[in-house]
Design a protein around this ligand. Structure first.
Ligand SMILES: [Fe+2]
Ligand SMILES: [Fe+2]
Length: 322
């Protein structure tokens, strides 16, 4: 009989460590993860004891919220609007994922979506928590979120919810729900999160760390979600036309939503605030070869749109849906 050495600590996989994981875009385009790997056992080790180790409010304990983010002005306004909206989006995702947990076809897949449900609830919580760190009073938090993101919620998130929620809630359509979440929600929004992390890196390091850790979760969500769809379509090729039709209808719906208008409004605020902090930003590059201080609102959005397109194309090809 051979003795095994008891493990004293969990070995954190590369993709779950905020210091070693690839960027959200690189990871979401290249990593392959399955529900079998990313079950509850994986989450308890890799995420709870890895990604989240030592974190307070979703960032490292020493991460700073600079004074200029606490005083009123366009930078603070831009971030509060962004995180208020994101907190609502993450909460809606959490609630919707409960139908994927309910309808999951096997234990590993059920466990994976149970962990994703918790991840999204955590994201909603840390975005709200950062609003408190920016000086929003606790008893004014709900009213602030409503005032700054209520209209965008009704114009963007509610139609998205009305499109996706009936699949799991009314039709017990598991794979339809996964396609909406992976292709039409996370696949579309991930590049905006990457842009946000890069934009705030110097101006609000705590916010950037929150985005980074959420991005590490997002890599896993996109990779496992894609793997679930790929495996399903390989086993059920007759479903291909229905899934393609769902994606087509979802994209047509996205095209009707005033997302660009919302993002541009925030980028304009960011631009106004950023120019006031040129000394702190210095030569920091938002992407290789481009200084943040020289970048323009439309340029940043166009770049994020390119990332979004490239990521979606590579993921759809992987799933057999291009
Ligand atoms: Fe999330
Ligand atoms: Fe996610």
């Amino acid at each position: 009989m051979t003795a095994t050495t008891p493990r004293t600590a969990y070995d954190i996989p590369i993709e779950a460590d905020v210091n070693t994981a690839p960027s959200l875009l690189d990871g979401a385009m290249s990593l392959e993860l399955s529900p079998r790997r990313c079950n509850v056992e994986y989450w308890l080790g890799a995420v709870a004891q890895g990604t989240l180790r030592g974190m307070v409010n979703g960032h490292s304990a020493g991460a700073v919220v600079p004074d200029w983010m606490r005083g009123s002005g366009p930078l603070r306004q831009a971030l509060i609007e962004e995180f208020a909206f994101r907190s609502i989006a993450e909460e809606k995702a959490t609630r919707a994922i409960s139908y994927l947990v309910l309808n999951a076809p096997d234990t590993d897949t059920m466990e994976f979506f149970a962990t994703q449900l918790l991840d999204e609830a955590r994201h909603a919580s840390v975005f709200r928590g950062h609003l408190l760190e920016l000086g929003v009073a606790r008893d004014e938090l709900s009213a602030t979120i409503e005032a700054l993101a209520g209209v965008d919620r009704d114009r963007v998130l509610v139609p998205l919810e009305q499109f996706g929620l009936p699949l799991g809630r009314d039709d017990s359509d598991f794979i339809g729900g996964v396609v909406v979440l992976t292709v039409l929600v996370e696949g579309v929004l991930a590049p905006a999160a990457e842009l946000s992390e890069r934009k705030w890196r110097v101006l609000d390091p705590a916010a950037a760390e929150i985005e980074r850790a959420a991005g590490v979760d997002e890599i896993r969500h996109l990779s496992v979600g894609s793997s679930v769809v790929k495996t399903y379509l390989e086993a059920n090729p007759s479903e291909l036309p229905r899934v393609k039709d769902l994606i087509g209808r979802g994209r047509a719906m996205w095209a009707q939503l005033p997302v660009l208008e919302m993002l541009l409004r925030r980028e304009m605020l960011f631009q106004e605030g950023m120019t006031q902090r040129a000394a702190e930003i210095g030569d920091y590059e938002i992407w290789p070869g481009r200084r943040l201080i020289d970048s323009r609102p439309e340029e940043r959005l166009a770049t994020a749109a390119t990332w979004s397109y490239e990521m979606q194309e590579s993921r759809l090809a992987y799933m057999g849906l291009s």
